[in-house]
Design a protein around this ligand. Structure first.
Ligand code: AMP
Ligand code: MN
Ligand code: ZN
Length: 859
């Protein structure tokens, strides 16, 4: 290395060390204060929100289920095996030689005065993949963030070739990092790491990236019996570079990264190739000095280093498991505070409370995607267990750090847990789930916790049959659990939604793609003949009215993929109605014909997002039209209950706004009160009672009212099922308390049953028709009134549509539909909408004489 550049490097490093020392001091100060602001500002950069909330593909979620590794299409290998087992095994048996490479300045360690490339767009990443595929060797390091995340995530990846340093923003590129999968898995390209054990499994966990062919400089140190094998040591010895490793613990999520962090990050990969070269030579020298040159294993030591490195690649990421949530932390916390003078009863009591606190913390951390220590520190858990504070202020005072937002927002549960030593942990989890279901609940549904929730509802019984005291046996009481499970199961499509069956006109022109049902409809009536089997296609035997290209109907001749139209997720999807059914079911029949255009597939994540935006917009519609969303009042008048609902009476008081109680909100509140009313914190009880009272027009409610409330919004079938499960008689009492129907029979499940659960969109009646589609589900439901009940947003939708038709006619409806599509597009920015989909889609189609949709035929 030229003297000048070495000086420069030294100067830079001195500055870096100085800055690092200051940052460390700041960090320490912060730690002491435990400021938990979600947008910390360190070194100039900052964080807007938790960046992982933007991730669309989360491979390792926070559920208790095992991690799923990459399945390679080309290999029929079972999932337990390493997807690249074969390639790695081959390398272990035939260790590759470290490719020799020469840098611009003849293999001296390059200084870092040159520029680096910040990679944060997909095209840049693709071009990087192209560059790397042409290299024989490159160096890699990663930084990860673990404080504001349950499992941690890779926040930065550094890649250096002999010529160039790349810093890859793995947060911005999280969902497309698989672009680098091929170069990492390419056995002909050597990847140089230092201390690769963590990096290897983090790459698997976050991106399904598997390293094949690696040279780990730390493994080389082992074999060379170096006095130390830290990177800092190698940098100093081989490159004369002094580093400050405290930057390692910086918050790598911040953007832009500070100058020091950039320097530090580059430094971790930049010199690795040079160091690998030096170590490789040393290994060769060692071989020739210690073995006879005739023995045939000229590369013995080098091969051993290579073998050990590739053995690391064979490791597979797994989620940590424990017999029951919180047990390992509880055991370690207990052993730290255990005092031999305690009597046996006290010991078991202490163990019990510590375990409960740990179990609670574990669930909270998973639900909110935070680290355990962010939620509540071990120190605080032991302090709480020893002191058993009973009220929020005492709890906050006992904790050794300032309470996390999670502790604050769940303080009721924590109080309850500390106050009530008989409280069973599964009851507590029940309560938490009820909170989750609460539309104003504090725990957001995300890709990280979705699987956890469905799992909890089915597995909780098994999860807690082990406790530290060993005495707690948990019985499963699970009707709610089961119904929740069903609820979730019900909503993701079990089989492909789009069958992509084709219908041709007699002249051979493609008319549309559709489902099997629709084909059968024509076949059974001898209106078509089958022309192809797989996938099926028919030719119509009559001249259809209208061709796809007559209007803006090219949408219908696109085959559609069974993926989330927003993010492309293919593993699961749910139908989403862009125009909420509470409005659409009141549209004139011929305007409903563009149904398949406005029903799309979304993954649960995107579904939730879209639903939230739709609910927001519904409230806006409610304001604008002066038509509230929910039934407002039920007034007791003697024996008979009289329902006053806006639009059905002309009660001016109740006009405006979207206030009211949804059936689900009501049921959830009533259920919680009936099951846990006596044990729940009073504030929570009052809050829930308020919900029920609002529904009953503000009057006091009795236990019987609560029981009736459980049935609100259910159709007779559901009510029967529910009664059976609960062991409730289906008494006339219950029948009479289900709303009076003022000309709107509620005998068919209404489409809005789950309106506040992120799934309003999936209606029971549509589920009856299921499978394909969108297209088929309208058949057979003629009188829209049959689907209208007093519940949900039915009445609201009817009035809105009536008002639209009255004031603007059909144009009004078309415009209204366009607004809804805009709301959808704005909320999701969908990337995978089928070709031909468009916000302005008019969907005007005439029905031919034989059309499935011809209203006359339907009758
Ligand atoms: P490195 O291998 O030095 O690049 O470190 C990679 C990542 O490991 C860092 O971004 C940290 O998240 C984590 N890490 C490594 N060592 C420590 C440590 N001593 N304390 C906290 N985090 C660490
Ligand atoms: Mn690093
Ligand atoms: Zn999606």
């Amino acid at each position: 290395m030229a003297g000048g550049s070495r000086e420069k490097t030294r100067a830079v490093i001195v500055v870096a060390c100085f800055v690092a020392a200051i940052s460390a001091a700041i960090l320490l100060h912060r730690r002491r204060k435990r400021s938990r602001s979600s947008s910390p500002k360190i070194g100039g950069g900052s964080i807007e929100k938790k960046p992982q909330e933007k991730f669309k593909r989360v491979l390792a979620d926070n559920s208790y289920s095992p991690f799923k590794h990459l399945k390679r299409d080309d290999k029929g290998s079972p999932t337990e095996l390493h997807p690249y087992e074969e390639e790695i095994t081959h390398l272990l048996q035939n260790p590759p030689v470290l490719p020799s490479f020469v840098s611009d300045n003849g293999n001296a360690p390059l200084d870092m005065s040159g520029s680096y490339t910040w990679v944060d767009t997909e095209p840049q990443l693709k071009s990087l993949a192209g560059i790397l595929s042409g290299e024989k060797v490159f160096a890699v390091d990663t930084e990860q963030h673990s404080f504001r995340s349950f499992l941690g995530f890779t926040a930065l990846m550094q890649i250096s070739t002999v010529k160039e340093d790349f810093l890859i923003d793995t947060i911005a590129l999280h969902d497309v990092m698989d672009i680098l999968r091929p170069v990492f898995a390419d056995p002909s390209i050597c990847k140089v790491f230092h201390g690769s054990d963590n990096d290897v499994i983090w790459l698997q966990r976050d991106f399904h990236i598997y390293v094949v062919n690696m040279f780990d400089t730390a493994k080389a140190c082992e074999i060379l019996s170096k006095p130390q094998k830290s990177l800092a040591y190698l940098l100093e010895v081989y490159c004369g570079v002094i580093t400050d490793k405290t930057l390692q613990r910086e918050d790598w999520r911040i953007r832009p990264l500070s100058v020091e962090m950039i320097k530090y990050a580059r430094c971790d990969a930049h010199y690795l190739l040079y160091i690998a070269n030096c170590l490789s030579s040393a290994l060769h020298t060692k071989t020739s000095s210690e073995t006879s040159s005739f023995s045939g294993d000229k590369l013995k030591f080098f091969f051993e280093a290579s073998r050990r490195s590739n053995a690391v690649c064979m490791q597979l990421y797994t989620k940590e498991t424990e017999p029951s949530p919180g047990t390992s932390a509880a055991t370690s916390i207990f052993s730290r505070i255990f005092n031999k003078k305690l009597d046996l009863a006290k010991v078991s009591e202490l163990k019990d409370i510590i375990w409960k606190l740990c179990a609670w913390r574990d669930l909270m951390a998973r639900i909110h995607d935070e680290s355990l220590r962010y939620v509540l520190s071990d120190q605080s858990i032991s302090a709480l267990a020893v002191k058993l504070p009973k009220i929020p202020q005492q709890i906050y005072g006992t904790m050794t750090e300032s309470p996390s937002p999670i502790v604050v927002s769940h303080i009721d549960e924590l109080c309850n847990l500390l106050k009530n030593s008989n409280l069973r942990i599964d009851d507590l989890f029940d309560n938490i789930l009820e909170m989750r279901l609460d539309p104003v609940g504090c725990c957001p549904l995300s890709a990280y916790n979705y699987a956890l929730l469905s799992q909890l509802s089915s597995k909780r019984g098994d999860m807690f049959n082990f406790s530290l005291s060993g005495s707690e046996k948990v019985a499963q009481t699970g009707s709610k659990r089961a119904s929740r499970e069903n609820f979730i199961k019900k909503f993701s499509c079990k089989s492909p939604v789009y069958h992509n069956c084709r219908i041709y006109a007699s002249d051979g022109r493609l008319l549309c793609y559709c489902d099997r049902k629709k084909l059968e409809w024509y076949l059974q009536r001898d209106l078509a003949k089958m022309v192809e089997n797989d996938p099926p296609a028919i030719v119509l035997l009559f001249e259809p009215k209208g061709r796809p290209d007559d209007e803006d109907n090219d949408f219908y001749i696109q085959s559609k993929h069974n993926i989330c139209v927003s993010c492309g997720e293919e593993k699961h999807y749910i139908r989403y109605r862009i125009i909420p059914s509470c409005y659409r079911m009141h549209f004139p029949e011929h305007l409903k014909s563009h149904r398949s255009h406005d029903i799309v597939l979304l993954c649960v994540d995107c579904h939730e997002k879209a639903h939230k935006a739709a609910e927001r917009y519904k409230r806006k519609v409610a304001e604008e039209f002066g038509i509230p969303l929910f039934v407002q009042k039920i007034v007791d008048s003697g024996e008979e209950k009289v329902i006053a609902s806006i639009g059905l009476t002309n009660n001016k008081d109740s006009i405006g706004g979207g206030k009211g109680v949804s059936p689900l909100q009501l049921r959830t509140a009533a259920m919680a009160l009936l099951r846990h009313g006596s044990s729940m914190p009073s504030e929570r009880r009052d809050q829930l009672l308020e919900t029920v009272k609002t529904y009953y027009g503000g009057r006091e409610v009795s236990e019987k009212d609560l029981e009736s409330a459980l049935l609100v919004g259910m159709n007779p079938n559901e009510r029967r099922r529910f009664g059976k499960k609960k062991g409730l008689p289906l008494s006339s009492d219950y029948k009479s308390t289900t709303l009076i129907n003022n000309g709107f029979p509620s005998n068919i499940g209404n489409g809005e049953n789950h309106s506040d659960n992120g799934h309003e969109n999936v209606s029971y009646s549509d589920n009856l028709h299921n499978n394909d589609s969108s297209e088929a589900c309208e058949v057979g439901v003629l009188e829209s009134d049959r689907r209208l009940s007093l519940l949900g947003h039915g009445p609201h939708g009817k009035l809105v549509v009536e008002q639209l038709l009255e004031n603007y006619g059909e144009e009004g409806i078309l415009h209204f539909c366009q607004k809804w599509r805009e709301v959808f597009v704005e909320a999701l920015q969908p990337q995978f909408l089928p070709g031909g989909w468009n916000i302005k889609h008019s969907g005007k189609r005439d029905f031919g004489e034989y059309s499935v949709y011809n209203p006359a035929k339907k009758a």
